[in-house]
Design a protein around this ligand. Structure first.
Ligand code: FAD
Length: 339
């Protein structure tokens, strides 16, 4: 049987072929393709948050190519396959507040609830009202209210599970020409407003895109640093005693960044840990390396394998653990292999 190349469907350009692939251009076809797929199943949309094994995928890949946006006032129901960045641009242009800090994130709208996509102080958990899913356990289509989605930092009930396939997402935005309070210091500075201030939606979007381009975080064929899956590691969230242990391990003048979480834990910076464990931007002289613009992005510099990328990721994580006693974990979904 002909095997289908998956690497070109991913932003990392990595991974072996699939046994089968079904393209789903409508919601009905997406549900039907999932119901009738030969196991195992991989739902693939923009391919910007997956690291597929060199061996490829032995089952059926269902590609989410559905399109369509229904709007009633500030409430939008968006088909899973709608390109996210186009949706953000359209909402900003239409005076809808709630997505402006999430400009430039690649991939599909249906994937945004999967890891509660977020950037620059905003995340989709703030605007998701409900998610229309196909529950593979019951075979039924239902609407999960946001409260049942288990949204957390870069996670939800959907991540690492294949029980639910997202068919459409309903968001509740606000009709306003200006942003909500800007929480991210670097963005507020760029806009010349204090943290907690706001700015016109279009200016916020442009500022976010500018900051992201500077970090190779906008997909650009002319930018080799954008051949990545975005941030490869999530920021660790530590119990207070673990954070105190980290501070003690860091010692001397080194003060690990601390961002208090509502539950009393403390988020620290994976990039800070990685750099201080000996991995600067641009690290690596082979076919994989750390982006020259962003410590958290691992890049395929051309012709690499997933095994090489994962070897680098493990080398970095081991060094961080050795130096600071903190475990860092991958943000993208690993397909056909484990961390
Ligand atoms: C340059 C770059 C910058 C990035 N910046 C950010 C950022 O700032 N913030 C952020 O949060 N993420 C960021 N990412 C990660 C990524 O863009 C997001 O996670 C995005 O939402 C993934 O969408 P996708 O359509 O490409 O998903 P895919 O990579 O196709 O899939 C990712 C996972 O979601 C599952 N999935 C996808 N669609 C569905 C569906 N309809 N139903 C069920 N499961 C589904 C897949 O099975 C897989 O497990 C970045 C990535 C890159 C390459």
């Amino acid at each position: 049987m002909e095997r289908i190349a998956l690497a070109p469907l991913t932003t990392l350009r990595l991974g072996g072929p699939a046994a089968r692939m079904v393209e789903a251009p409508t919601e009905g076809e997406l549900a039907e393709a999932v119901r009738s797929a030969y196991e195992p199943l991989l739902v693939l949309a923009g391919g910007s948050n997956v690291v597929i094994a060199d061996e490829g995928f032995p089952g059926t890949v269902v590609r989410v190519l559905t399109r369509g946006v229904e709007r009633g006032g500030a409430r939008l129901t968006v088909q899973a396959g709608e390109p996210w960045d186009e949706l953000v641009a359209a909402c900003v242009a239409d005076g809808l507040q709630g997505f402006e800090c999430l400009a430039g994130i690649p991939g599909s709208t249906g994937a945004t609830p999967i890891q509660n996509v977020g950037a620059y102080g905003q995340e989709v958990a703030e605007t998701v009202e409900s998610v229309r899913v196909l529950d593979r356990a019951s075979g039924r289509i239902e609407a999960l209210p946001a409260a049942d989605c288990g949204f957390r930092y870069r996670s939800s009930v959907f991540k690492y599970r294949d029980r639910w396939v997202v068919l459409a997402v309903t968001y509740r935005l606000r009709e306003s020409g200006v942003s909500g309070p800007l929480r991210y210091a670097e963005l507020a500075r760029r806009l010349g407003v204090p943290v907690g201030g706001s700015a016109p939606l279009g200016e916020v979007r442009e500022a976010v895109l500018g900051l992201r381009r500077g970090k190779g975080m906008v997909i650009d064929p002319a930018d080799p640093d954008s051949v990545s899956a975005g941030s490869f590691f999530t920021n660790p969230i530590l119990e207070p005693d673990a954070f105190a242990a980290l501070e003690a391990r860091a010692g001397g003048d080194l003060r690990p960044p601390a961002f208090p979480e509502p539950d009393g834990r403390i988020k620290t910076s994976a990039a800070w840990l990685i750099e201080r464990a000996g991995f600067p931007r641009g690290y690596g002289d082979g076919r994989v390396g750390i982006s020259a613009k962003h410590t958290l992005a691992l890049v395929n510099r051309g012709g690499a394998s997933t095994a090489e990328l994962m070897a680098l990721a493990r080398e970095i994580a081991a060094a961080v653990h050795e130096r600071f006693g903190v475990a860092i974990s991958p943000e993208p979904v690993l397909v056909g292999h484990e961390w």
